[in-house]
Design a protein around this ligand. Sequence first.
Ligand code: NAI
Length: 391
Amino acid sequence: MVRIMIVEPKVRGFICATAHPVGCRENVKRQIEYMKKLGSCDGPKKVLVIGASTGYGLASRIAAAYCTGAATIGVMFEKESNGRRTATPGYYNTKAFEEFAHADGLYAKSINGDAFSKEIKDQVIDLIRSDLGSVDMVVYSLAAPRRTTADGTTYQSVLKTTSSDFTNKSWNLKDNTVGEATITPATEEETLATVKVMGGEDWIDWMNALSDAGVLADGAITLAYSYIGPKLTYPVYFNGTIGMAKKHLQESAAIINQTLADQHVKAYISVNKALVTQASAAIPIVPLYFAILYKVMKEKGLHEGCIEQIGRLFHEKLFSGNAPVLDEEGRIRLDDWELREDIQKEVMEIWDKINTDNVKELADIDGYWDDFYHMFGFRFPNVDYSQDVEI
Ligand code: NAI
């Protein structure tokens, strides 16, 4: 059913219940234009992106297509419009990406479904086999709230500490006040469930499935994204349940490297910068840190969004020389600017004095909300939101 209507943002807490198709297209178009301007680099030509419709995964897909000219297959879990509600932003983003890619003569196909399932893995393998033969790069960029494993068990990820209560300043997104939030400790079961969802088990499953099916090219590379952040957020992130999952992701890179060594497959973790995405907006305490970080990094001319981060990943970290640029633990560091001493010093000084009265002055509240609305296709000055659109 074709439904035409005016689409307005419906924001509830950290989520927006609507998405604007034309605005989402604009968002994708801008990212493609950025990547085109950055120019081409030598890299993989057949790329599978798992979690390709928003955030870091979408930026990765755009980079693969427009930096190295790769054919891309994207996997995502997005909702189509049911005729009354709009589709999710990732649905519109994917549609727009495919249109742009096709117009530019690039192969792009997408599979919408649960990447954790065997069914979707099989569909992707069939598609690679029939259309591309093999893939030489796999980006694993899932951010999911739950995962159902092959035996039918559903695991739910939680954002909690792994020790005691953690109380700190928190910005209430509903009314822009700064108060306090307390994050409670997870049970052992909750921590294990979070590792099941956001750890590397499914990444390993994907790589083994691709290899067993003979659709993984010799010497292929695979990447998954992680976050470390400042000591301030360690209790909720690095040492929290999500941090445990990220440690598992890191260990999984080593397992993939071992298991697929005779195929010369190389697995990397890229530690990325804190950015507003649908996944990260849900973490308490963290958004206030983000808004302060944005302010400080913008003032120093060092602010990057997903597309700038992934542009730098391709051009400066992965494909700039004979080997990727890694830290002493073998990780790619795109959080190098975020964690710079001068940046963190300023962020912490602001953190100590920020309150409801000065939050607008000391943190980049507008920048945060712009990014937030842009994710759902809103607040682009060249989009006419008073017009009816087909949802
Ligand atoms: P996002 O929410 O923008 O993207 C998640 C993607 O996963 C979407 O394409 C979504 O459709 C897909 N997805 C979710 N569940 C799925 C399922 N069951 N089957 C298939 N696809 C599914 O998230 P974001 O922030 O881009 O996160 C991607 C990765 O980057 C995550 O591992 C995250 O931890 C990591 N990261 C994020 C940072 C941030 O500040 N946003 C910082 C550093 C790392």
